[in-house]
Design a protein around this ligand. Structure first.
Ligand SMILES: *Cc1c(COP(=O)(O)O)cnc(C)c1O
Length: 346
């Protein structure tokens, strides 16, 4: 079977064994006599699956009992609006740490609903009466990583769309975590929200019901028809994570992959990455060729060598290798070989 190594940022590559499992029971899901995409979202069979997926999510991320886990048919960007609507009262301020495109877009959306204070440098001075401090731990477009900021007790709200399930996290540090699943977990059309109980119950009246976290928690995420297939795929991916040794093992491998790629980039005078080392993403590795004039040839030859998805985001140009869980160390080595050969051929 000829499958490309897909370095795209999202929708992203999923492990072949996960896709094969889904394929094997696509027509007849768990011998129920119908496909998962035909399953009744209110039937007992799907209810059982949803409970299992939640149990596996809780297990993988060690989610404490005082957090709800929601599986919503919404893109990550829906939460850019849902978060201020659910968590702020009229006139209340929310603090946004801006480290790249996604946090900037989130702040822009939140401004429609609440007063936003943007923090663009690292001398953070958060409002002690802010509803929350918002940030994006891994900025997918510019490959920028930040550590958990000290917010002096103000709840942290974090967009983990490109980092959820790539490392162990201490959920207690967050008021709310959300992630679109298409970067690293499952097909697009689903987002996971992990929210602390005490943040529920304050949604503004104008909040759309399907984005009201309290209402969705009461309905076990089933106020509306769910994305059954993506929830099912999330379950398969969680099984795979478990088989790989859990998030600690996954994280160690992810760090190793990133270290190898950055080391090569730093040792080369043909490629470069501008991000300061402590902020370098271990999931989205940005690099530029010595001259943009070589970009097309680089991408074309990468494709001939079996690799796609390397073109950088249209906002930043250059190249981006997204090396999520499904990308192996061997895949990264193949990319490095291609980069080395290409540079030598110039
Ligand atoms: C991709 C991405 C988004 C946007 O996801 P959609 O599901 O398309 O809305 C938001 N935040 C981050 C960090 C992302 O990587």
């Amino acid at each position: 079977m000829n499958r490309f190594i897909n370095f795209a940022a999202g929708p992203a590559m999923l492990p072949t064994v996960v896709l094969e499992r889904a394929q094997k029971e696509f027509l007849n899901w768990q011998d129920h006599g119908y496909s998962i995409v035909e399953a009744n979202h209110r039937g007992p069979e799907f209810g059982e699956l949803l409970s299992q997926v939640e149990a596996k999510t809780r297990d993988a991320l060690a989610i404490p009992q005082n957090y709800r886990v929601l599986y919503l048919l919404a893109p990550a960007r829906a939460h850019f609006a849902a978060i201020p609507l659910n968590l702020t009262q009229d006139g209340q301020t929310a603090d946004y740490i801006i480290t790249g495109l996604w946090s900037s877009l989130a702040a822009g959306e939140a401004e429609k609903y609440t007063q936003v204070e943007r923090h663009e440098n690292f001398n953070w001075n958060f409002n002690q009466d802010a509803a929350y401090v918002y940030y994006t731990d891994n900025e997918t477009v510019n490959g920028f990583l930040i550590d958990t900021p000290d917010t002096h007790g103000v709840p942290r709200v974090v967009d983990m769309t490109s980092s959820l399930l790539t490392r162990p996290i201490d959920v207690n540090q967050y008021g709310l975590i959300f992630a679109g699943v298409q970067k690293n977990i499952a097909p697009s059309g689903l987002s996971i929200v992990i929210v602390r109980d005490d943040l529920l119950g304050r949604a503004r009246e104008i909040t759309p019901s399907v984005l009201d976290y309290t209402l969705q928690a009461e309905h076990h995420s089933l106020l509306n028809t769910s994305n059954n297939f993506s929830i099912y795929m999330t379950g398969l991916m969680l099984d795979w994570v478990q088989e790989q040794g859990g998030l600690t093992a996954i994280h160690a491998r992810n760090q190793q992959k990133a270290a190898r790629l950055y080391e090569f980039i730093d040792s080369s005078d043909f490629y470069q990455n501008q991000v300061s080392p402590p902020h370098r993403s271990i999931l989205n590795v940005i690099f530029n060729l010595k001259d943009d004039a070589y970009n097309e040839a680089f991408l074309q030859q990468a494709k001939q060598a079996g690799m796609i998805g390397l073109k950088g985001h249209r906002k930043v140009g250059g190249m981006r290798a997204s090396i999520y869980n499904a990308i192996t160390l061997d895949d990264v080595d193949r990319l490095i070989s291609h980069m080395r050969e290409f540079a030598q051929s110039i």
